[in-house]
Design a binder for this molecule. Structure first.
Ligand SMILES: [Fe+2]
Ligand SMILES: [Fe+2]
Length: 194
């Protein structure tokens, strides 16, 4: 891959709010660190972290339009919570908008909003780096999950999903209906590892 990071950063800083851009830099740095720790391609991790939120600035209508255009499944819950589409939409447009043709990076970006059963280590790292990067306002449980991310990726995802259900469940229907199912799957994975 012939990627010009400087140009990507410049464009990204013009696309996203300053706050979101700082979060993207933090996610990239955390993803790079995690990738080195888990001995996977740290350049790919940096790039995926940098671009994971590149579709975050799109309006509700635009997000729905792009999802339909790229054949992304949109269920009833998602229609009311279109922000969750910023992962899949970004992944679908990665090549045409950012010139990056890499399925592993695209998959990692796609699943950072709703994790899936089968995820690569890169995808797990991006999901976690997004939540624990140093620019994030501290939330309850962040230190535990940050530590777990460097100890066991599946355990960290399981704990993160449980956490999400806990604090989002208080805000009525904010949790995607699949979340609990995925959480159960990761719970089982961990049990099998024990
Ligand atoms: Fe995101
Ligand atoms: Fe993010």
């Amino acid at each position: 891959m012939d990627i010009d990071i400087t140009t990507i950063k410049k464009r990204l800083s013009q696309t996203l709010s300053p706050h979101r851009y700082q979060h993207s830099l933090g996610t990239a740095a955390e993803a790079e660190k995690l990738a080195k720790h888990w001995q996977i391609d740290s350049q790919k991790a940096y790039l995926a972290g940098l671009l994971h939120d590149c579709a975050k600035n799109k309006s509700t209508d635009e997000m729905l339009r792009l999802a339909l255009l790229h054949n992304i499944p949109v269920d009833e819950w998602t229609k009311e919570h279109t922000d969750i589409l910023h992962g899949p939409v970004a992944a679908a447009m990665l090549e045409e908008e950012w010139g990056i043709n890499d399925n592993e990076i695209a998959d990692a970006i796609r699943t950072h909003t709703v994790p899936e059963e089968d995820m690569s280590d890169l995808a797990k790292i991006i999901y976690l780096a997004d939540k624990i990067e140093p620019n994030r306002k501290p939330w309850q449980g962040i230190e535990k999950i940050r530590a777990l991310a460097y100890r066991n990726l599946d355990q960290a995802i399981e704990a993160m999903l449980q956490n999400t259900m806990g604090f989002l469940a208080k805000r009525s229907d904010e949790v995607h209906p699949f979340t609990e199912e995925i959480w159960q799957i990761y719970r089982n994975k961990i049990k099998e590892q024990e």
